[in-house]
Ligand binder design. Structure first.
Ligand code: 3H9
Length: 692
């Protein structure tokens, strides 16, 4: 065995040179890994005994891509193109031996090899699009030459991982070898290649699929049209499509030039920077400075849920999907039956769409027990209260739970607004109390705010984070404050949106600007969807707000075909004259001199106070990191991924610009815009949220 460098070594196994890379955690293509490939192939070529070369990796995976941390830094060592040229120009066959995930640049390395051998559990893919990128090492030119344009388009714009069996069928893998016997399997395969004197297959030379696709230029227009909604706002999918188009229409070398040019544009742009930030933020969010990874956890084998309404039912489905039995409690048989019925209907709808079998439906329903007796939660390891938002009622429930729940059980509340420290005073074991704030629909939305109260124990926090992961959520640990992190920031945007429509904009102006910013919908369309009457009561309504007036007229949102907007029978929204008149009347009563409001002001008024509130949250220690706030807003409120979250966005546009506007607005409109101390300090120090 010869060491090439600190991450690669070469072993001559009879007539086969085996180049092994070992760069934990994922063998990413850092400078040393590129140097090991380049140097390893050179040495293998210089060794007369070696007739062929196997490229294999140690650890959990084959190369999982370029080293994302290197982007934006000065490159060291040979370029990836140099390393790939060594492989592709090798006169001896080079075989990639794949386990784990061959992704991005890693799969591009494999596509440059003459053959690919993999174990059954291996996967491959080009997920660059999820980082706002495109495969920049020949992947967009080689992939379609094997699978054709249509399949290549699907793969590069979705970033999907393809399993070994499918990869073999598509021609991406040449041979599947026994699990655990990859090295020997690859050596046997390459010996066969040499013995049979098979030609040195180069993917770049394949042309039949490209010639066939050239006769169907409509593939691209059709693909763009079919995916327009999904790709809205993102640059990378379109750039990926252009590269596949180049593969079909241009010679290989010309196609590579297009790929290079577009890759450079993306990698230096703000969208990819934002998406790379999100990639790392999603991994950081699980790391809790004062709750180490080895904190003891409480085994959660059974879950109790109090309340079978929309939230309780949705929460229950998460656990049933993960194979954890649930007991759900209601106070009345009718409500219980309704709740259980909704859960069954949701599952049956999924089955109808072919995404689950009827057997799966029955299995899940078989793990769900409905009851009217709170005592039935005495054996639950985790109990989640999901009743309506009333402090007295919640405290009463927790008081009762305290007497019923077994020692060590976690007592969680799904409150989105109430003070969890106060709820915890209702029990003699406040260390067991935590907030698990699910977002509606709870079985769909990825975000979970795990709310740590003053006395919550570390095992309870560690277990809550672990269980969140188990049920497929992304969890952010936050502290107790009004609205926690997500809704507290939302309140800023909502307040400004309401003010703007009195000052001169219309709801559809605000919605359009925020939709164009990248949100799935604006605040007024959102209110119509949710129902304007949430938290509104006919008896108490005094016509004091625009919402009061709309609800009083039975314009309660989409469900009544009218709210801020008018809706046709297909739920298409149209600006409403009625709403407009109400707004104008309100503004005039308040003596507001309406003015033209620019799109720019809508963004600044709605978004900058969110960034400022995020700074206050950080200052108060209610979120651990600014990137955790970004995770909350991306996964819970539809913040566009390509803008990286509110805090990253603040850094991108410049905190000095945000601060200057906040000060200007404060002078004009008062302390709603009072800058956070942290914002002032960061600007004074020339720092960003990302630098904290
Ligand atoms: C590319 O290839 C561009 C080329 O086309 C062009 C070049 C010219 N770099 O996810 P995990 C870290 S773009 C650096 O928790 P899992 C990760 O941060 C790249 N670091 O494990 C984490 O660190 P920590 C295209 C990376 O088992 C640790 O590894 N490739 C990279 O759940 C473990 O990660 C991709 O987009 C990287 N490329 O999942 C693949 N990848 O422990 C991105 C991971 O400090 N990676 N890390 O928090 C993945 O999808 C998953 O990490 C993978 C493993 C499926 C591989």
């Amino acid at each position: 065995m010869t060491a090439i460098n600190e991450v690669g070594d070469l072993t001559i196994d009879g007539d086969v040179a085996v180049l092994t890379l070992n760069s934990p955690p994922v063998n990413a293509l850092s400078g040393p890994v590129r140097a090991a490939i380049d140097g390893g192939i050179r040495q293998a070529l210089a060794n007369d005994a070696a007739k062929s070369i196997v490229l294999i990796c140690e650890g959990r995976t084959f190369i999982a891509g370029a080293d994302i941390t290197e982007f934006g830094k000065a490159p060291t060592g040979p370029s990836l193109f140099d390393a790939l040229a060594m492989i592709e120009n090798s006169p001896k066959p080079v075989i990639a031996a794949i386990h784990g995930t061959a992704l991005g640049g890693g799969f591009e390395v494999a596509l440059t090899c003459n053959y690919r051998v993999a174990v059954p559990s291996a996967k491959c893919g080009l997920p660059e699009v999820n980082l706002g990128l495109l495969p920049g090492a020949g992947g967009t030119q080689r992939l379609p030459r094997i699978v054709g344009a249509q399949k290549a388009l699907e793969m590069v714009t979705s970033g999907q991982h393809v399993g070994a069996k499918a990869a073999k069928e598509m021609g991406l893998f040449d041979e599947i070898v026994e699990e655990g016997k990859l090295r020997q399997g690859a050596i046997d395969f390459v010996r066969k290649v040499v013995a049979e004197k098979r030609p040195l297959k180069k993917v770049r030379d394949l042309s039949d699929k490209m010639e066939a696709d050239r006769k169907h230029p409509e593939i691209f227009a059709d693909f763009r049209k079919a995916n327009a909604r999904k790709f809205r706002g993102f640059l990378a999918p379109e750039y990926n499509i252009q590269c596949i188009e180049a593969a079909v229409n241009l010679p290989f070398e010309e196609g590579i030039k297009v790929e290079q040019k577009l890759f450079r544009e993306l990698v230096t742009g703000t969208q990819s920077a934002a998406q790379r930030h999100v990639f790392f933020a999603e991994r950081q969010v699980w790391k809790l400075p004062d709750v180490p990874a080895d904190t003891p956890q409480i085994p959660v084998n059974t879950v109790g849920i109090i309340g079978a309404g929309t939230m309780g039912g949705g929460i229950a489905m998460n656990f049933l999907n993960a194979g954890i039995p649930v007991t759900i409690v209601e106070t009345k048989q009718e409500a219980l039956d309704r709740g259980l019925g909704v859960i069954r209907k949701n599952y049956e709808n999924t089955a109808k769409k072919g995404r689950m079998t009827q057997d799966d439906v029955e299995k899940r329903m078989g793990m769900l027990k409905g009851t009217l007796a709170l005592e039935d939660l005495k054996d639950s390891d985790l109990i989640i209260e999901a009743i309506f938002e009333n402090m007295d009622v919640k405290k009463d429930v927790f008081g009762k739970l305290d007497k019923i729940a077994k020692p060590g059980a976690i007592l969680a509340t799904n409150t989105s607004a109430l003070n969890i420290d106060e709820i915890a005073t209702a029990v003699k074991r406040p260390e067991a109390v935590i907030g698990l704030h699910f977002f509606s629909p709870a079985n769909v939305m990825r975000l979970l705010e795990v709310v740590r109260a003053d006395k919550t124990s570390k095992p309870v926090i560690a277990t809550s984070m672990a269980i969140a992961k188990k049920i497929g959520k992304i969890a952010a640990l936050v502290g107790v404050c009004p609205g926690f992190v997500g809704n507290r920031i939302l309140a800023q945007r909502q307040r400004e949106a309401q003010k703007l429509i009195l000052e001169g904009a219309m709801p559809w102006d605000v919605d359009r600007v925020l939709y164009d910013f990248g949100f799935p919908m604006g605040p007024f369309a959102m209110s119509d969807l949710a129902g304007l009457d949430i938290g509104w009561s006919k008896e108490k309504s005094k016509g004091e707000t625009i919402r009061d007036r709309l609800c009083e007229m039975d314009r309660r949102g989409q469900k009544t075909s009218a709210g801020f907007y008018d809706y046709d029978e297909n739920r298409n929204a149209k600006p409403s004259k009625v709403t407009e008149d109400i707004i104008l009347e309100f503004a005039s009563k308040k003596g507001i001199n309406r003015r033209t409001i620019s799109d720019e002001e809508i963004i600044e008024r709605c978004i900058y106070p969110m960034i400022n509130e995020g700074a206050k949250i950080l200052e108060e220690g209610k979120a651990i990191r600014s990137s955790d706030i970004d995770i909350v807003w991306i996964n819970g409120y539809g913040w566009p991924v390509y803008r990286g979250g509110p805090m990253f966005y603040g850094d991108t546009i410049g905190l000095d610009k945000v601060l200057a506007k906040m000060k200007q607005f404060q002078a004009q409109m008062g302390d709603d815009f009072k800058p956070a101390k942290l914002l002032e300090k960061l600007v004074a120090d020339g720092k960003t949220f990302g630098s904290l």
